[in-house]
Design a protein around this ligand. Structure first.
Ligand SMILES: Nc1ncnc2c1ncn2[C@@H]1O[C@H](COP(=O)(O)OP(=O)(O)OP(=O)(O)O)[C@@H](O)[C@H]1O
Ligand SMILES: [Mg+2]
Length: 331
């Protein structure tokens, strides 16, 4: 907890409406918490301090109020989110890491490119198995660019009324052309899948084609990201529409160690991540699976009244994850 002196200064500057002093003292509090190794608290405080300030600066208009809706059902076709996740909290393969660096560099330098008649990439395809970072990366990219994240809700776009799906898509594209955002068509292949019944193959094709045509015709300022974990069903007509394709795979041993050091930040532990043997037992798990294992291990530590995380806590959590997986497989 911050010292009494700092707390007094903090409340005083807040009560007096002195923003400059409030910011300075808050930064001092964060530094103090970090020096005590309270990293989680320090990160949270930083998010509150800078996240809020950024959002006021960057999103001054009420985006939510203008979100398009499905006419028949009145439900929003997309969800606007203020991004909170950061790129430095995500583990990437070397290939994705350099691709993302290039992409962001192009976007940051878009004005220079435009002066030469060139445009930065604005259509990305993310593919790979569940839980390996497609959605969280879209959010972190939005955060990096200081833009809102707009997640298209495919289930609400696909309407049971003939012709309504294409009109919903039209509305979505009109909206995302009007404001710069990072737009995530999450599990966009569901556009097709939802209609994948024998009776309606024609409609399925039309929906996917309508999407691809709108993608072709899109010339707004938003960065469009389509994510799928069924890349094998996508044909070349889909692939060629995207400027870059990023494949998110299960983590290898090196990436697992990086993931452990990110996810265990701020937690006191008895082991050195570089030497732990349980890493090999995590092979084959997704990043999200590993996160679940570590969360369970941390809960186990806390509930058993221990102050340090041990290898045994993690190993017990891994065994429970294996049991969970085999239970799911039996279904
Ligand atoms: N590469 C990664 N680095 C760090 N954390 C990750 C990574 N991938 C996933 N996670 C963690 O797992 C959670 C779920 O990941 P995410 O939703 O991005 O997966 P996804 O690839 O979009 O999966 P799905 O195909 O099911 O939509 C994230 O919120 C994040 O906390
Ligand atoms: Mg996802």
């Amino acid at each position: 907890m911050a010292s009494g002196k700092l707390l007094r200064q903090l409340i005083k500057s807040g009560a007096e409406g002195n923003h400059k002093a409030f910011r300075q003292v808050s930064e001092e509090v964060i530094r103090e918490e970090r020096s005590k190794n309270h990293h989680l608290l320090a990160n949270d405080l930083e998010k509150i301090l800078y996240g809020r300030a950024q959002s006021i600066q960057k999103f001054p208009f009420a985006l939510d109020e203008n979100v398009p809706k499905d006419k028949e059902r009145g439900i929003s076709l997309l969800q606007i989110k203020e991004p909170a996740r950061r790129l430095e909290d995500i583990v990437f393969s070397d290939e994705n890491s350099s691709l993302l660096e290039e992409i962001l560099h192009e976007i940051h330098k878009s004005e220079v490119l435009k002066s030469y008649g060139l445009y930065p990439v604005d259509r990305l395809l993310f593919c790979g198995p569940p839980g390996c970072g497609k959605t969280v990366t879209a959010e972190a990219v939005a955060s990096e660019l200081g833009l809102p994240l707009s997640i298209i809700r495919i289930d609400s776009v696909v309407s049971s009324y003939l012709g309504e799906t294409a009109s919903n898509l039209r509305q979505v594209f009109d909206f995302i052309s009007s404001v710069p955002m990072v737009v995530l068509f999450d599990e966009f292949d569901a556009l097709g899948k939802e209609r994948d019944d024998a009776a309606d193959h024609g409609e399925l094709k039309r929906v996917v084609n309508a999407f691809l045509q709108m993608l072709d015709g899109y010339s707004g300022k938003s960065l469009l990201i389509a994510a799928t974990n069924h890349d094998h069903i996508l044909d070349s007509a889909v692939w060629r529409r995207f400027d870059e394709v990023l494949v998110f795979d299960l983590p290898n041993v090196g990436q697992l160690r990086r993931l452990l050091s990110i996810k265990l930040r701020g937690l006191r532990r008895e082991f050195d991540i570089e030497n732990v043997e349980f890493v090999s037992q995590l092979k084959g798990m997704s990043h999200a699976d590993v996160e679940r294992v570590l969360r369970r291990a941390a809960k186990d530590m806390i509930l058993s009244g221990k102050e340090f995380l041990t290898e045994r806590h993690v190993q017990t959590a891994i065994r429970r994850e294996d049991v969970r997986k085999s239970r799911l497989k039996r279904r």
